[in-house]
Ligand binder design. Structure first.
Ligand SMILES: *Cc1c(COP(=O)(O)O)cnc(C)c1O
Length: 379
């Protein structure tokens, strides 16, 4: 058995320890400090377009605060991409609102703009105008944001953009994380860069981001005693974790190149196998290729995605089915869903290949050879 290959492990650049040591040396061991400010500035500079940033303990916390800032109340409906990680939909439940799930589009597997508009019309006709739109850029592939923004403006419904998987992705050079009225990033251990655990809330509205920082640090009014006019949260990122983030921001471009290299390597080596399909970028779209995903048409390959996953597992290689759509999850199955069976099809036949930025050519070859061998055996 070969050595373990993980799906998407952390990959430090080298400078992280220096920032963390600085925090120790100056005793800034708190959910505030120079690394937090520095990390926020780094992200804000990277995204450009006058975005302000609040660094928080997780992407999930950022989604929660984002919904609070948008004024989402118990019983409100929020339009959520069905094909996503559960954190997206869970955050809607945290504020007592109801996720209404929208199906996938074939080119990106993200929220289908046509189905989004159909859903809005139907919910309005039922007297339940949705209060927010929550698209996701799955595995780094940008959702059709230009179309979604147009719909958002036409119906006057704000966008909370879940860019947790897509730092570095863009559409015609406009970066993911810059499309929402409020946007969310994640720096969890498996993301393209990590703070071990962390997230960020992004917006061009400076007052909103200031308010996010206020709410995330227990909502203490300006008074020497503890006085509160809002419900507060303890969601600010620690100065230690932010130090890791500052080091990671220095290597982000390299990490994107490495992940894109993985995708190209897999495609070059596996596309000649009949029945293995890759998701190419639509014109003008740029994916950070956080995870390389393939679809396996088992009628043509002779093996299913589960056959391949188990074959990988036997050789100590971690791979993972795509996210199970939210409308198929036991916890959300009673919620409305508007879409076709595309997301279900993608879930049943899709596999995420190992995609770490520290994979070597040798690792990639080992993975590709295993797929080729299974393909020959299955003929
Ligand atoms: C990772 C992820 C989140 C949650 O981020 P955390 O930092 O892990 O809380 C939310 N949405 C999507 C799509 C994610 O992949």
């Amino acid at each position: 058995m070969g050595s373990k290959i993980w799906l998407s492990p952390p990959h430090m650049g080298g400078a992280e320890e220096r920032y963390v040591k600085e925090a120790f040396d100056t005793n800034w061991i708190a959910p505030l400090g120079p690394n937090v400010n520095g990390f926020e500035n780094d992200i804000s500079t990277y995204l450009g377009n006058n975005n302000y940033v609040a660094a928080l303990i997780s992407g999930t916390a950022a989604l929660h605060i984002g919904l609070v800032l948008l004024g989402i109340k118990p019983g409100d409906e929020v339009l959520c991409q069905t094909m996503t990680f559960s954190a997206t939909a869970n955050a809607i439940s945290y504020v007592g609102a109801i996720p209404v799930f929208v199906g996938s589009d074939a080119e990106t597997w993200n929220m289908d703009p046509q189905k989004l508009e159909d859903t809005i019309k139907i919910r309005i006709a039922l007297g339940k105008k949705p209060k927010a739109i929550l698209p996701v850029h799955l595995y780094g592939m940008p959702a059709k944001m230009n179309e979604i923004i147009e719909i958002s403006q036409r119906y006057d419904i704000p966008i909370l953009e879940d860019a947790a998987e897509s730092l570095g992705s863009s559409i015609n050079k406009r970066k993911c994380g810059d499309f929402g009225d409020i946007s969310v990033l994640s720096f969890n251990g498996n993301k393209i860069i990590t703070t071990s655990g962390g997230g960020a809330l992004v917006s061009k509205n400076e007052e909103l981001v200031k308010h996010a920082r206020f709410l995330s640090s227990q909502a203490r009014d300006e008074a020497p005693h503890y006085q509160h006019t809002h419900i507060g949260y303890n969601y600010r990122l620690s100065n230690l974790c932010a130090g890791v983030g500052r080091g990671q921001m220095e290597v982000l471009e390299k990490r994107i190149e490495q992940r894109r290299y993985n995708y190209d390597f897999y495609k070059k080596n596996l596309q000649e196998i009949d029945g293995i399909l890759f998701l190419d970028e639509p014109n003008g779209y740029f994916s950070n290729r956080w995870l390389t995903t393939i679809l396996i048409d088992s009628k043509r390959t002779g093996f299913s995605r589960e056959d391949l996953r188990l074959e990988f597992e036997k050789d100590n290689i971690e791979s993972r089915p795509l996210w199970k759509p939210m409308h198929l999850q036991p916890i959300f199955k009673s919620h409305p869903f508007y879409g076709c069976d595309l997301s279900e099809f993608v879930f049943e036949n899709g596999l995420c290949l190992p995609s770490g930025s520290n994979l070597t050519d040798e690792d990639l070859l080992r993975i590709c050879n295993l797929v080729k061998l299974l393909s020959i055996k299955s003929k």
